[in-house]
Design a protein around this ligand. Structure first.
Ligand code: IPM
Ligand code: MG
Length: 358
């Protein structure tokens, strides 16, 4: 039976990096006889330009019918001043929310070949392997009421609502515990329970779940401390679980530990196991169209897609191994280049991964 994959290139460097990931996917599709079928849709600024909105309902419906989705990135200066209700980012939030993609898995794994590319000392980061589990469809990103209103004195006020229900917390908590079971069996839940009620409840629910996972050790940390510990001694962590906004921030910090955010894939899963896969980085408008962006995070996202949504472990392993080989060969895009390695562009990196496939 054929499986459908939706491709959403998006904006900025999105189309360039997705192109390389698609070449890799098409190659393993043939080599491993996967029977994948690809459909493409617009998202973000590209969709605003074509349809006047960052993601059409028709595109969402089409996505619902697919087994998995591969996304590049959205946004750029061209749409920065647009009405905030139709900003490119809203397209991303819409697909996450409409498909119920609540579990965002952001692994920060340091390839041994890239130890020198990290801004931290080798002994601090070598062997780093942490997983950030970010809640993706709730919290302050979606809480109502929200808006910008004019007060009686004529001054304007921006406001958002930070809330989490018990069931939302429990659902992401279980994901974290279950992920930890397959790893080093440690979960650190990150909150701001010294100030924010929403996260007092968060901590309570995590504690309530813990006895159901006696093989996993649960700890709690305030988000400010977690940010500090991530750059001080990141190897103390195995799985970090947190809400939408804290997860957004901490995952960027964790990304840099690994040398470059250009290396980090992510998966966003719903309760049915359907998933959307995207690099953790953004659309990088400053380097868009120059052919220098790192396509590896997107290629690795394609591999995560094969592993988590399409049950094609062999093909996923092949892609991961090919990426390792290319790094062994000393090929580096500009974001990860160091002394003694060879700087290549987006397309050449894609070529090299293709050639390294079995
Ligand atoms: C991310 C991005 C998005 C987010 C933006 C583009 C809306 O930063 O995926 O981390 O904040 O979730
Ligand atoms: Mg982010």
């Amino acid at each position: 039976m054929s499986k459908k994959v939706m491709i959403l290139p998006g904006d900025g460097i999105g189309p360039e990096i997705v192109e390389q990931a698609c070449r890799v996917l098409e190659s393993v599709n043939t080599k491993f006889n996967l029977g994948l079928e690809f459909v493409e849709e617009l998202i973000g600024g590209a969709s605003i330009d074509a349809h006047g909105e960052p993601l059409t309902d028709a595109a969402v419906e089409r996505a619902r019918g697919c087994d998995a989705i591969l996304l590049g990135a959205v946004g750029g200066p061209k749409w920065d001043t647009i009405d905030r209700a139709i900003r490119p980012e809203r397209g991303l939030l819409k697909i996450r929310s409409q498909l119920g993609l609540y579990a965002n898995l952001r692994p920060a794994l340091l390839y041994p070949q890239l130890v020198e590319a990290s801004s931290l000392k080798p002994e601090v980061v070598s062997g780093l392997d942490i997983l950030i589990v970010r809640e993706l469809t709730g919290g302050i990103y979606f809480g109502e009421p929200r808006g910008i209103r004019t007060l009686e004195n004529g001054e304007r006020e921006g406001f958002n609502t930070y809330k989490y229900s018990e069931s939302e917390i429990e659902r992401i908590g279980r994901t974290a515990f279950e992920m930890a079971r397959k790893r080093d069996k440690k979960v650190c839940s990150v909150d701001k329970a010294n100030v924010l009620e929403a996260t007092i409840l968060w901590r309570e629910v995590m504690d309530r779940l813990a006895p159901e996972y006696p093989d996993v050790e649960l700890s709690h940390m305030y988000v400010d401390n977690a940010a500090m510990q991530l750059v001080r001694a990141p190897k103390q962590f195995d799985v970090l679980v947190t809400g939408n906004m804290f997860g957004d921030i901490l995952s960027d910090a964790a990304a840099m530990l690994t040398g470059s955010i250009g290396m980090l894939p992510s998966a966003s899963l719903n309760e049915q196991g359907q998933g959307m896969y995207e690099p953790c980085h953004g659309s990088a408008p400053d380097i868009a169209g120059q052919g220098i962006a790192n396509p590896l995070a997107t290629i690795l996202s394609a591999s995560m897609m094969l592993r988590y949504s399409l049950a094609e472990t062999e093909a996923a392993d092949a892609i991961d191994a090919a990426v390792g080989k290319v790094l062994d060969q000393g090929l580096r895009t500009a974001d990860i280049v160091t002394d003694g390695t060879e700087k290549v562009g987006t397309q050449a990196m894609g070529d090299a991964v293709l050639k390294a496939l079995p």
